[in-house]
Every structure is written in C-alpha cells, then in structure tokens.
Write a protein that binds this ligand. Structure first.
Ligand code: SER
Length: 624
C-alpha cells in the first residue's frame, strides 16, 4: 500500500529528477482573475506563462494543485468523480514537447523504480483531428514506438481529446489521455473502449500550442507547451488496487465517520441493490455517502480559501455543496447537525499536507449553514402542510372515494408554481417535496410534474443568466487591462496602509476583477476617515508621479533583505519576482502589473472598509 503522501512526494521527486522546479499549490480562489470562480486545473494559475510570460522558476515545473470542478457534479456519487481533487501536474513552458512528455509519463507509471503499474492494464487516446487542428499523428506514433498496441490507442474527437481554454479564451490544444483498467486483471480487454467505466482516465497530457480567440478561431501561439494533470485520488486508487477512490485513505476515514453517524454500512449490499430506509424511498447508501464525503471535503477547502456561503457566485456554489450534503445526510437518516463532525475528520486527514484547513471559520461556517438549511427544510415542510390542509387551495384536488369510500388526493400539476416557489424562495429541494407528497398519500404524475418544474426552472435561469452574463463574458484578455491596473493599485494601497496604520499591516487576501479590488489586511480596528483619506492620498500621489514599476527576480532571502513586502511569500518558489515602485512600494508578487503608475487610469477611492474576520479588515476600492 502506498500512502497519498508517498505518492505526492514520488511524483514531485520524479519530475525533479527530470529537471523540473517544484512550485506550491495556488489557492482555490484565483487571485487576480475574475473570469472563473475557482481554480479548476493546475494550468489555470499558469496561463500567463503558457502564453509566453517568463516564469521565475524556469521552463519545467511540477506541482500538486488543489482544484474545484463543479462541471462534473452530477457524476459525483460514482467511484471516480469529485468536486474537490488534487492534481499532480507537470509543465513545459516552451521546453520539451510530445515525445519527452509521453515518455516521462510512461516511465513514471510503469517503471518498477516508480509506480510499477502493469503495462497491460494501460490504454490511451489521441486527438483524431478536425477543421481546427490535424490528427495528432505525433502522439500516435510515440505511443506505438513505446509498445502500445494499435487497438489500445483510440482516436477521438475534440469532445474527448482537446483541453482548454480554462475560460472562454486562452491557451489550449490536443491532448493524449492515459487510462488504467480497474477491473479484473485477468479480464483486460484487448482493445480500448472509452464507454467502459472500468477504463479510468488517470492522466491527461495536453499539448498546448493554440490560443482560442474571442471569435472562436484557434491561432498557433509562440511556444509549444505541455500541461499534464493526473488526479491524485484516481492514481492512488489504481496503484493500491482499488476500483473505488473512496476506499483510499483520502476518503475512507470520512466514510467510516458517516457510517458511524448513520445506521448504514457503506456497500453493505451489492452495488446495484438499494436499501430501503423509512419505507418511503430507496437510498443508495454508497452513493449518498460518497456525495456527503466529497461535498464536505470540498466545502472545507473552499471555506479555508476564503469562500463563505451566500447566494451569489462562489458563495452559492459552496452553499449548494453543503446543502446537497445535508440533504444526503437526511436521506441516510441523520437527524442532527453533522457536517462539522465530518469536517473535523477532513481536517485531520489533510492538515499535514494542507495545514491551512485548520482555519477556524471552517466549522463555524458549516454549523451556520447547516442550521440555516435545517430551518429552510422545516419552513418548507410547514408550507407543504399548509397547502395540503387547505382544501380551498389548488394544490390538490379530491376525487370521489373508491369503492371503500376512501378519500383520494391528487396533486394538481397546474400548481407546480407553488413547488417551484418553495424551491426558489426557500431553497426547498424538489426531491423532498415529492417525498412529502408521497408520504402524505397524494397521487401525482411524477414525470409531468418534473417536466413542468424544469420548464419553470429554465425560464428562471434564462432570466438570471441575462443578469449575470456580464460576469462570465469574455476571456482572460477582456478585463485584463483594468485588472492589471487594480493589481498595481493594490500594491500601492498596501504600502499606504502600512505607512498610515503601521508595520503590523500585512495582506491577508485579495480579489480583483475589472471593476474593483477587494483587499483583506491585518489590523485590529476600524479605520478612521482621516486614515482612509491618507491612504487614498498616498495611492493617488503615486499615480500622479508616473513612476516606473520595476521588476527584478531574486532569491527569497534577498527579497526579504531588501525589505520587500510579501504576506504570501511561501506561495512562490525560491526565486521570486519583486515589483518596485521607487519611493512607494516594494512587494513580492507573481504579477502582472502596469509598466508605469501613469498607466493607471482614474482616481483611487476607498468605497468601503469593514471587518472581514477577527483581526482582519476588508477594503473595497475602485478607480473612478
Ligand atoms: N489541464 C488538463 C486537465 O485539467 C491537464 O492538466 O486535465
């Protein structure tokens, strides 16, 4: 049995031995990019470098990156999909390309010195080619030369074998994917078929040589990059002979805790058999437990990186994850708050690798959200009861009794609006309404009801999509200029804050989009109006002075000696970028920044200053 940590270390050691610099994981919430909600892949924080900017650690990089992907949320519950996962990644920024990349992956997976996986259980796919880019003959030939039989090399279209861009525009390219047979070792099929779930994708090597533009066209970029990603959860399962990621140490203690809190055992019956709980519905305990484990783990990491449950953007994603978990817990018969109990196990499991998960907000936020949601559920149930007990309402109609004279209630499908309203205003899940109806003996046409409900949902989503379209439109490039200006402003503001309030002020977090900068910093009390004005003055003077923003690369020690500010210094590698605005600011940072403070358009204004958490204040500021 190899442990998760041994596997992380092995991976990094292997790529280090191949000349890669090891970089730390970026946070889950992208710091200076408003076009996506979460870091969805290891390549994401590296986009500027894939597009040609020089990375201070060189052209070969490797890391273990925390990722959140909600696109696959409906798949969660099966053995191999997650909303939060760790991605082992290696990159060539215009250095090696297909041959070296594929050869290294093959060596790491199959060499006895590294993972020693059975070569016979491996299959691959390559890009078949289309109007945008040709068949990836290069990868096909490399795999053949390695000894892969042709029947194990699938040629698949863009839908399968193309990766990126992460947003609407940006770097992307054909990929070759590596699959591992998790079924019976004696029954490995001769040929590869991507419809068979027992072939699990473990590694994806993307050959990023295109940029997708706003008009949808693909143009070749200046350098040929490699971006690979291997899900730690899947490869750990494969190496240890599990076909279920939840059986690995990354999840098993969480599942055991859930077993303890419910009356069920994980997989107590065979995969296909469902266990009846309260006589109302069939619960697939294995699926429900997986969802609880996955979602709570994701929630722990999201809260750790500064997300709070809310009704918009990231907060909404977090809220949904917690509520879905509570919902599954409810199905499993857990009546009391439990998410914090499970979160403690997650913290215990992850604290060695990610000490930040011990963040005190984690348990507090989960408790709060779970309490809220339970109240929602109660309110929803009361409303349903009210509908049901009001014969004047149109929620149901009564049919003449059957031959035994029994009362029969039928749900009036026209009243789906009421159910939708419960969902929309109270957050009460449709599934639970249906269960309530069944429990109280109301008959209804489930398909028809769901159909109507979905119509209403679609109508509503179209409305809200129009409202939030501004947020997702465009790619990285669109808001880039404004974001870059505000990024430099953030440096000036931090320097101004330190000058005005004192040296105890350090950055605690930041989030920038094209319109505003949100900035968290350590300071024990509310700022006075005079202090805010002093900071504004400092920043505006720097803008008016038109000072060059100078970039130097140096060792972390050198940067410290030069008095560079950098609350996040441990996030970068040993060689760091230091941005100096002479006379105003010197800070360690990954960039990007304007070339001269004169490029900052507008007047700096603090719009809001408020408490963020204990000892941390938050400023929202803009350029007017
Ligand atoms: N970007 C690719 C992926 O996420 C490879 O790292 O699969």
């Amino acid at each position: 049995m190899i442990t998760a940590n041994e596997l992380r270390q092995k991976y990094l050691k292997f790529f280090e031995s191949k000349g890669h610099a090891i970089i730390p994981s970026a946070p889950l919430v992208p710091e200076n990019d408003s076009t996506v909600l979460f870091t969805t892949a290891g390549m994401h924080p590296l986009v500027p470098y894939l597009m040609g900017e020089k990375h201070p650690m060189g052209k070969r990089l490797a890391d273990v990156q925390k990722c959140v992907r909600t696109g696959d949320i409906d798949e969660v519950g099966d053995p191999t999909h997650h909303t939060f996962f760790e991605m082992l990644g290696n990159w060539s920024l215009g250095d090696y390309f297909k041959e070296e990349s594929i050869t290294m992956s093959w060596e790491f997976l199959t060499s006895k010195e590294w993972l020693g996986l059975d070569k016979n259980r491996i299959a691959v796919s390559v890009f078949a080619g289309d109007k945008d880019a040709p068949f990836d003959e290069g990868s096909f030939e490399i795999w053949k030369n390695i000894g892969m039989s042709e029947s194990r090399i699938a040629k698949l279209p863009k839908k399968n074998n193309w990766w990126g861009p992460a947003g609407e525009t940006g770097p992307c390219g054909a990929d070759t994917e590596i699959f591992y047979w998790v079924g019976d070792a004696e029954k490995v099929p001769d040929s590869f078929n991507d419809d068979n779930d027992l072939w699990v994708e473990i590694w994806n090597n993307v050959f990023m040589e295109y940029n997708k533009k706003k008009d949808g066209a693909y143009e070749k970029i200046a350098q040929q990059n490699v971006d690979t990603g291997m899900g730690l959860e899947r490869i750990l399962a494969a190496v240890n002979g599990f076909s279920d990621n939840y059986k690995t140490e990354l999840f098993w203690p969480i599942i055991q805790k859930i077993e303890e809190l419910t009356k069920f055992k994980y997989g107590e019956k065979s995969d296909s058999e469902h266990i009846k709980d309260d006589g109302q519905c069939w619960v697939d305990t294995r699926k429900s437990m997986r969802i609880v484990a996955d979602h709570i783990k994701a929630a722990v990491f999201m809260i750790t990186d500064g997300v709070e449950p809310s009704n918009t953007e990231r907060g909404y994603v977090l809220r949904r994850l917690i509520r879905r978990a509570v919902r599954q817990g409810y199905k499993l018969g857990i009546k009391n708050n439990f998410t914090a109990e499970i979160a403690k196990i997650v913290q215990d499991l992850c604290k060695e690798t990610y000490p930040e998960v011990l963040n005190e907000n984690v348990l507090v936020e989960l408790q709060k959200e779970e309490n809220n949601f339970r109240k929602t559920l109660e309110r929803g149930l009361v409303k349903i009861d009210k509908y049901l007990s009001n014969p004047e309402g149109n929620f149901f109609y009564e049919k003449k009794g059957d031959e035994m004279g029994k009362r029969q209630l039928y749900f009036n499908t026209d009243a789906t609006e009421l159910i939708f309203d419960l969902y929309q205003t109270e957050g009460f899940p449709l599934e639970m309404t249906l269960e309530e109806l069944k429990r109280t003996g109301v008959s209804f046409d489930e398909n028809k009801l769901k159909e109507r409900f979905n119509e209403l949902l679609k109508k509503h989503q179209d409305l809200s999509r129009t409202a939030s379209a501004g947020m997702f439109k465009g790619g990285l490039a669109d808001t880039k200029e404004e974001t870059t200006q505000l990024h430099t402003v953030a440096h000036l503001m931090l320097a101004g804050l330190r000058k005005t309030l004192g040296e105890h002020v350090h950055q605690k977090g930041s989030n920038i989009n094209g319109e505003r900068v949100r900035f968290d910093f350590s300071h024990p009390e509310k700022m006075t109006d005079e202090q805010k004005q002093a900071v504004e003055k400092y920043v505006n003077e720097a803008i008016e002075a038109k000072v060059d923003v100078a970039l130097e690369e140096m060792s972390l020690d050198e940067a410290r000696e030069k008095g560079a500010e950098g609350a996040f210094e441990n996030k970068y590698g040993d060689v760091v970028k230091v941005f100096t605005i002479e006379g105003f600011s010197r800070e360690i940072c990954g960039g990007p920044h304007v070339k001269n403070t004169g490029d900052i358009k507008g007047k700096f204004k603090i719009k809001k200053e408020e408490s963020s958490s204990a000892g941390v204040r938050r400023i929202k500021a803009v350029l007017e």
